[in-house]
Design a protein around this ligand. Structure first.
Ligand SMILES: Cc1cc2nc3c(=O)[nH]c(=O)nc-3n(C[C@H](O)[C@H](O)[C@H](O)COP(=O)(O)OP(=O)(O)OC[C@H]3O[C@@H](n4cnc5c(N)ncnc54)[C@H](O)[C@@H]3O)c2cc1C
Length: 314
């Protein structure tokens, strides 16, 4: 099969990948964006109300508009996952799920992060209808309501403290709180009701999640459940490229201020670079990655090509 050739291949059609495509394509380099819109974390986000200048919209609408913008500037979209990446001299070869081979001078990795799930029946159905994986995104929807957070780590503990500012009642369900002593003290001295030595064994509700059954058999009526079990960058694909990961958790890709990884010609943006998992951050990093990647291409692979070209992206 004859390989397709692009200056830049972007892995991921979430906000990071699409923004990178918009900025790169506007600089007149050839751009292919791979991935599925409906696999973006944003697709599941029913309401976005914390993105500057957008009062309230859905994740689906934002992604559809982003896709159209990227295409209007000349980026091509391929709704397929990349299955394999190989380094080939001064370029990369991407193999798609249908067997296409795509040659790229530069890669932008924007494959997002996977949130750990409870693995309970109904978890998918109640997502956005009483169940959330993101306190920062959804706390405001539960003003004066009863909520619970489940998780043992600092994301769950800080999430519970944040929710105190919104909800009328906050439970923290954990097997064993595993956080730094100062955070543990904060939790124990706060109004958060700690249900330690517990977990959830069943979710119940109808159109919306209504209650959870704990392992100690108690039933907890609630309006919202926040699952804060941590996340991990989706980078199985890039493991063979020796991209440096953060030395503490090894869950996310490390980049510099230009979104460049340690591997020349590979940039990364969005959730795969670590928290906070927010669209605004993904878009910002995508913008920088797109500009840096296009500059890299125009410098014919020479590292350190600086700045923007006159007349673009002021
Ligand atoms: C329920 C929910 C609600 C949220 N609410 C908000 C909110 O209100 N405000 C906010 O700012 N943020 C919110 N977020 C977070 C926000 O959605 C993410 O921070 C954002 O989508 C990250 O963008 P990204 O482009 O890095 O990754 P994603 O949007 O997750 O996109 C990843 C992309 O990578 C692609 N991909 C994965 N593997 C491959 C592969 N092998 N080959 C090719 N492509 C691949 C996927 O198909 C997808 O297109 C929410 C998230 C969730 C889950």
């Amino acid at each position: 099969m004859t390989p397709l050739n692009y200056d830049i291949v972007i892995l991921g059609t979430g906000p990071a990948g699409l923004q990178a495509a918009i900025h790169a394509a506007r600089r007149k380099v050839s751009v292919l964006v791979m991935g599925r819109l409906d696999k973006s974390s944003l697709f599941a986000a029913a309401h976005i109300e914390n993105y500057c200048s957008v009062l309230k919209t859905s994740g689906t609408e934002l992604l559809e508009t982003g896709r159209k913008q990227a295409e209007a500037f000349g980026a091509h979209l391929l709704e397929e996952d990349a299955l394999e990446l190989e380094k080939a001299d001064r370029s990369f070869v991407v193999k798609s799920e249908s067997g296409k081979e795509i040659q790229a001078q530069v890669l932008i990795v924007a494959t997002g992060a996977a949130r750990k799930k409870l693995g309970l029946k109904g978890e998918k159905e109640w997502l956005g209808r009483g169940l959330s994986y993101c306190v920062d995104c959804d706390a405001n929807f539960f003003r004066n309501q009863v909520v619970a957070v489940i998780g043992n780590g600092s994301a769950a503990a800080t999430g519970a403290l944040t929710l105190l500012k919104y909800a009328s009642k906050v439970y923290l369900i954990c097997k064993q709180l595993s956080v730094v002593p100062s955070l543990e003290r904060q939790i124990r001295e706060s109004a958060v009701e700690l249900l330690e030595g517990n977990w959830i064994k069943e979710l119940r509700g109808e159109d919306e999640l209504k209650e959870v059954v704990l392992t100690d058999t108690r039933t907890l009526p609630l309006n919202g459940l926040f699952v804060e079990l941590g996340a991990k960058g989706i980078m199985e694909l890039t493991l063979n490229l020796d991209i440096a990961l953060d030395p503490e958790s090894f869950r996310f890709i490390v980049t510099d201020k230009k979104q460049a990884t340690n591997v020349p010609g590979i940039f990364a943006a969005g959730d795969i670079c670590g928290p906070p998992f927010q669209m605004a951050k993904a878009v910002g990093e995508g913008c920088v990655a797109g500009i840096s990647a296009a500059t890299y291409v125009k410098g014919q692979g020479k590292e350190g090509a600086e700045g923007q070209e006159p007349g673009h992206d002021h």
